[in-house]
Write a protein that binds this ligand. Structure first.
Ligand SMILES: Nc1nc2c(c(=O)[nH]1)N[C@H]1C(S)=C(S)[C@@H](COP(=O)(O)OP(=O)(O)OC[C@H]3O[C@@H](n4cnc5c(=O)[nH]c(N)nc54)[C@H](O)[C@@H]3O)O[C@H]1N2
Ligand SMILES: Nc1nc2c(c(=O)[nH]1)N[C@H]1C(S)=C(S)[C@@H](COP(=O)(O)OP(=O)(O)OC[C@H]3O[C@@H](n4cnc5c(=O)[nH]c(N)nc54)[C@H](O)[C@@H]3O)O[C@H]1N2
Ligand code: SF4
Ligand SMILES: [Mo]
Length: 700
């Protein structure tokens, strides 16, 4: 029996774990007390790392679709086939005829971060998509505009703050996002023990709201009005004190002039006196942080919300001070390895939506496949993504993927998306990989560093994800002899992730190395976050300009927000501690418990429609209808209904043994690809207008 250390890579909390291995099998997984960031915390998902290892549904060799079903093939034959098809389609139809979708687990895998971008670049296509545009894109846009780099994200310094204002986030279920703070519940208790306060703004009384000091319902999609009113109040109360390196304050003052608390109250449902009080308390707190996550990103005003959150922190003097919002300084400088970002350098072909950082909004992916003409996508590469369940109007994307000339998926499962692939390339599972977290140390509430060797050996016939990207990348380079960067690309692809991390650590701010980190496998503590401005800004001027044209020009769009229509219902999402987006639903140990796919609805809204708790209802939006059981809940705001995403495993042709209690429909069958935040291109999956009626909808 041996006990090995690694970190859990299933969410952004990157908890350290101790894995007990007996006879090559995992027998126990528990929290690692010696990790200076996670301090022993884990959640039920960590235990499922073991299920991933032993999962009979998981592919271990490449498979290829044939008229007689899936057939195993060798790695070399699979690469040949994939590269032949992709380059053939590009030769005939142009390079944009190949589309790429990158899903969420890529940011949790070292090998994907070190090798995937180089492979994707070899495809030279502008039709690149990822989960970013249904997730944190507004954060990245705000960071790019204000701080000069898309990943220069200010995180709430939760361990020292005394006032946390949280919008549209539920870290007690999600374990935190764009804020790596493992054991959020414990950190929250510490905050309260210090006499600090948590205020939650959310259309649902979530698990996090339930333990807050104050929770206010907000009408979905209207937070921008609340935030502008807070800024208005801070300014009129005379409490604004932006730092010397901040410009554009007068433009902000002018922009929020009309946003009185009274106006915002009528729109948001949060009373004017509450808005005034929160503004006063926030400005008066000695250390305050405002933080907003999925609920204020994946909605129609995501970019305005994330900008306004930064502005509130900046003008109250809370940016870059202990207990406010701060910039982590990780041991490998992630910002160096990633471009600063850009927006609108090109537009999508069909709807003319702007790229961000080289990616187009995922809401436009289906129509880029289905709309004929030059530049139409005819082949797709998906890597660690399940967009049929996770992006708007999933049925249409389902149909689109079915119409492709060719599709390859790098994924361990045959699921709702990859069932459309011609070839599936399955990477080795997390416990067989070395790990250093390149992304989430950059978003962490404390500077720490941790390298872990793989816990289990990889079988000889298996491939790591980075080996798959390396081999595909090298094969693509061989087919493009005119490529001026051949030598450089080849050399880059041949480096191991470990070599790359080692180099990054050596040139990083703490001059570490993989060797040094291996001597402390529980992680190294590099201390609390430190002030870094204005020097750390990725702007030549070393100044922050609040008056971002793109945002200010967008504000008139808020004039469309008026008070609530009496019979209107708005759909929002939710997450559960024992679910993980659209996958891991075949881990019985993880997903156990009561069914949790129901549509949550307030008793008054049920009564108004003569509906009863538990009844099957039809939920209809502009995009379509689904049937689902309704659950009565006093924890949801009247006029709002909530469904989790990532369900809908009833599509034929998948190879997943999904637990019965997860038999719900896919929320994204009724989210609408035309509803986006036009400024950032983010899908607005929260705040979708729907109707709810009795009975099952007729099957399509
Ligand atoms: N309505 C609604 N929709 C949403 C959201 C919402 O709140 N509401 N949330 C959005 C958000 S925040 C996100 S991040 C997206 C997620 O959207 P996606 O990233 O598209 O979906 P996931 O469910 O994370 O799917 C992960 C896929 O990766 C595969 N996989 C797992 N591990 C690995 C690995 O190590 N390597 C490889 N190659 N593949 C692996 C799984 O089998 C699965 O196919 O969903 C978004 N969709
Ligand atoms: N257990 C578990 N953990 C996860 C995941 C998972 O699927 N399961 N997914 C991971 C991923 S990919 C991500 S991105 C993170 C997300 O992390 P979080 O953002 O913390 O997670 P959510 O539960 O989606 O929280 C969004 C909240 O926004 C609220 N909301 C919806 N619309 C609005 C609105 O208009 N205004 C306001 N103010 N609130 C609104 C919802 O009620 C919900 O409580 O979680 C990660 N962690
Ligand atoms: S909170 Fe859970 S899923 Fe997230 S890293 Fe920690 S153990 Fe893994
Ligand atoms: Mo996400």
């Amino acid at each position: 029996m041996t006990v090995r250390r690694t970190s859990c890579n299933l969410c952004e909390a990157i908890c350290g774990v101790l894995v007990t291995v007996e006879d090559g099998k995992v027998t126990d997984i528990r929290g690692d007390e010696s990790d200076p960031l996670s301090r022993g915390h884990i959640c039920p998902k960590a235990v499922a790392l073991r299920d991933l290892q032993e999962d009979p549904d998981r592919l271990t060799t490449p498979v290829r679709r044939t008229p007689d079903g899936w057939q195993e093939i060798g790695w070399e034959a699979a690469y040949e086939l994939v590269v032949d098809k992709l380059t053939g389609i590009q030769r005939e139809h142009g390079r944009n005829a190949v589309g790429v979708y990158l899903g969420n687990p890529n940011v949790h895998s070292l090998g994907a971060l070190t090798h995937l971008p180089t492979m994707v670049r070899q495809l030279r296509t502008r039709n690149r998509f990822s989960a970013t545009s249904i997730d944190q894109l507004p954060h990245m846009l705000a960071s790019y505009l204000l701080y000069g780099h898309q990943l220069m994200v200010a995180v709430p310094d939760i361990d020292r703050t005394s006032y946390l204002l949280m919008l549209g986030a539920n870290p007690l279920a999600s374990n935190g996002s764009m804020m790596t703070a493992p054991g959020f519940g414990k950190r929250l208790k510490e905050l309260r023990n210090r006499g600090g306060k948590l205020v939650v703004i959310d259309p649902r009384r979530t698990e996090t709201a339930a333990v807050s000091d104050e929770h206010h319902f907000v009408r979905p999609g209207t937070d921008a009005a609340f935030l502008l009113a807070l800024i208005h109040e801070v300014i009129t109360q005379g409490s604004a004190r932006p730092a010397e390196y901040v410009d554009g304050f007068e433009a902000v003052e002018a922009a929020v002039e009309a946003w009185t608390p009274e106006r915002a109250a009528g729109i948001t449902g949060i009373p004017a006196d509450v808005i005034r009080r929160i503004a006063r308390e926030f400005a008066a707190a000695d250390r305050a942080a405002c933080y907003g996550r999925v609920g204020v990103s994946t909605q129609q005003f995501g970019a305005i919300c994330q900008w306004a959150i930064q502005v509130l922190n900046i003008i109250t003097g809370n940016l870059d001070r202990a207990g406010g919002t701060m910039f982590p300084r990780p041991a490998v400088n992630t910002l160096l390895g990633l471009g600063r970002g850009h927006i609108g350098v090109w537009k999508s072909r069909v709807r003319g939506l702007p790229e961000f950082g080289g990616e187009l909004p995922v809401s436009t992916m289906a129509e880029e496949i289905l709309t004929p003409g030059e530049g139409q996508i005819r082949a797709m590469v998906t890597v660690a993504g399940n967009p049929v369940l996770s992006t708007p109007d999933g049925r249409r994307l389902d149909e689109a993927l079915g119409s492709l000339d060719f599709m390859v998926a790098v994924d361990p499962y045959i699921n709702e998306t990859t069932r459309h692939a011609d070839v599936i390339l399955p990477p080795a599972p997390p416990l067989e990989r070395d790990h250093y977290d390149i992304i989430f140390h950059q978003l962490a509430v404390r500077n720490t560093a941790r390298w872990n060797d793989a816990v289990l050996p990889k079988p000889a016939e298996a491939r790591h994800d980075w080996e798959i990207f390396r081999d595909l990348g090298l094969a693509l380079v061989r087919r493009t002899p005119w490529n001026r960067r051949r030598v450089e690309t080849t050399a880059r692809l041949r480096l191991s992730p470990r070599w790359i991390v080692d180099a990054g650590l050596r040139i990083g701010p703490y001059r570490l190395s993989v060797g040094k980190l291996r001597r402390s496998p529980g992680g190294v503590d590099l201390g609390p976050l430190q002030p870094a401005l204005p020097e750390a800004l990725h702007k030549k001027s070393k100044r922050i300009d609040l008056a971002q044209r793109m945002i200010l020009d967008d504000l008139p769009r808020l004039d469309a927000l008026t008070s609530v229509a009496a019979d209107e219902l708005l759909l929002i999402g939710r997450r559960h501690l024992r679910n993980n987006n659209s996958w891991m639903h075949n881990s019985a140990r993880l997903v156990k418990g009561k069914p949790r796919h129901q549509l949550l609805m307030h008793p008054h809204d049920l009564a108004d429609r003569d509906l009863a708790d538990g009844q099957v209802v039809t939920v209809t939006s502009a995009a379509g209808s689904i049937s689902v059981e309704v659950a009565s809940s006093n924890d949801i705001m009247p006029g709002v209904v909530s469904l989790p995403h990532g369900f809908g495993h009833n599509r034929p042709g998948t190879r997943l043994t999904v637990a019965n209690q997860l038999a719900g429909p896919s929320a994204n069958d009724i989210t609408d690809r035309s509803r986006i935040d036009h400024t950032s291109g983010t899908a607005a999956v929260n705040g979708v207008p729907v109707t709810v009626t009795a009975g099952q909808n007729s099957p399509e």
